[in-house]
Ligand binder design. Structure first.
Ligand code: EPZ
Length: 423
């Protein structure tokens, strides 16, 4: 197991290339199940979660090859079976994204029900309810979901009780294989949903309204394998913006899409950052000291829950008290206890976090608990006086490609080391 050690207090300055988005790559790999053929996915980030979905598709019989540093071919001509094991789902909840495509292509699927995770219970009841609406039989046994539609899926009007990103993606993919029209009401509007709809339409599907809360899919169109470039990762972009903000640094982030993170940009500007942007780049200069703000996380285009921990790190050294409300997940404050070890002064009351800014943080041994929490501890360590040891960085490797290398390139004193201490 590795740890990352940061000797904080250095101002970051320079240019960072943004990788493809984890949360777009995962549904793109799942969509290759929808029809036989050889797909080529480019701008694919090198991440543990991508390795996991590749392993999952290979287990099903897909032939997958690396065609370049960030290019992957996926041949789904012959998919042998449609079971997804507990071990794979336990490793990555987003494995549930294969449910919809398997139902559309093979009329059945058996997948382990995802357990909870650090940030919340995260059920998939809305996914399953939608599949049932399309005529699938859903049974649960021994922790597995058995889904089958012997007569094929039928288009249906589905109202999603909650805005769910992978729920919207799963049902959109299933609906491409259903007879007739499916309407998803209260659909997620994330850029990754729009990206997936673009990919499905390029494959020959007929999807309208992605990016709004009502998506219409006219199913049954013949689909073909395509080449698709993964969109940039808006959360990686936001994470490096937070790094600039907390170190009073100046970073140029290239290969990003500023239009995908306006809520984050607006909030960081309120915090005192100066931000200029082009179509595929942005430049951010952090303030001498962050200003306190109020933040509430909500589905896109509101402030994203995936940026809550990283911006909390910035606010932990702000000149005043900030209030953060986490409205998406019920337990996404696991990073708070670790930040307190670094001297942060944060009070939690239910979904609210009152962040009383301190003059500076101090380096400490801290433990990563989930992907974005680990990123927030890196951000905090960049500004802390002394050394911060972030342990269990396997969480980080799920969603960030070579983050320590990218930060070292812009002046951080950061390195990855084997973690010999027992937890
Ligand atoms: C996606 O997760 C992202 N993951 C998450 O990113 C992100 O935090 C989340 O959307 C919210 O933006 C991927 O895209 C692979 P949800 P997802 O379904 O789809 C409840 C990261 O760090 N819900 O939108 O699993 C759920 O419990 C990850 O990259 C149900 O109750 O999230 C949550 O409270 C973390 N029943 C809320 O809805 C359901 O059937 C939103 O969850 C589905 C969801």
């Amino acid at each position: 197991m590795d740890k990352i050690v940061i000797d904080g207090g250095r101002r970051l300055e320079g240019e960072i290339c943004i990788a493809g988005a984890k949360n777009a790559a995962l549904p793109a790999f799942a969509a290759t199940i929808l029809c036989p053929g050889k797909f080529l996915l480019t701008n694919v980030p090198n991440l543990k979660d991508v390795d996991t979905i590749i392993a999952l598709l290979k287990e099903m019989g897909a032939v997958i090859n690396k065609e370049g540093p960030n290019a992957v071919s996926v041949d789904t001509e012959r998919l042998a079976h449609c079971e997804v094991s507990y071990d794979l789902v336990r490793t990555m909840r987003a494995s549930c994204l294969v449910l919809g495509p398997l139902l559309a292509r093979m009329g059945k699927s058996r997948i382990s029900l995802p357990g909870g995770c650090a940030i919340g219970e995260r059920p998939i009841n809305l996914h399953l309810k939608g599949f049932q609406g399309m005529g699938a039989n859903i049974t649960l046994e021994e922790g597995y979901v058995n889904a089958d539609a012997p007569d094929g899926l039928v288009g249906h009007k589905i109202y999603l009780d909650l805005v769910t990103v992978t729920g919207t993606e799963n049902l959109m993919m299933a609906a491409t294989g259903a007879k007739g029209t499916t309407i998803l009401e209260n659909a997620a509007r994330e850029p990754e949903v729009v990206f997936l709809a673009d990919m499905l339409n390029k494959m020959g599907a007929d999807v309208h309204g992605a990016g709004t809360d009502k998506i219409t899919i006219n199913g049954g169109k013949p689909l073909k394998a395509v080449e698709m470039e993964i969109i940039p990762d808006r959360v990686e972009t936001g994470t490096f913006m937070a790094a600039a903000a907390i170190t009073a640094g100046q970073l140029k982030l290239v290969g990003c899409n500023p239009a995908h993170l306006e809520a984050v940009t607006m909030k960081l500007a309120e915090i005192g950052c100066k931000i200029t942007e082009g179509s595929d780049w942005l430049e951010i200069t952090g303030p001498a000291r962050p200003k306190p703000v109020e933040i509430e996380t909500n589905p896109y285009p509101s402030f994203p829950t995936d940026m809550q921990a990283q911006v909390m790190a910035v606010l932990s050294v702000a000149d005043g008290t900030s209030v953060i409300t986490e409205s998406v997940f019920e337990n996404r404050y696991m990073h708070v206890a670790e930040m307190r070890r670094m001297g942060a002064n944060i009070l939690l009351k239910g979904r609210n976090a009152f962040v009383h800014g301190v003059g500076s943080l101090s380096g400490a041994q801290v433990m990563a608990t989930d992907l974005r929490a680990s990123a927030s501890l890196i951000v905090a360590g960049l500004a802390a006086k002394g050394k911060t040891h972030v342990r269990r960085v396997y969480h980080l490797d799920r969603g960030y490609e070579r983050i320590e290398e990218k930060l070292r390139m812009v002046g951080a004193n950061i390195e990855r080391k084997p973690d010999r201490k027992r937890d």
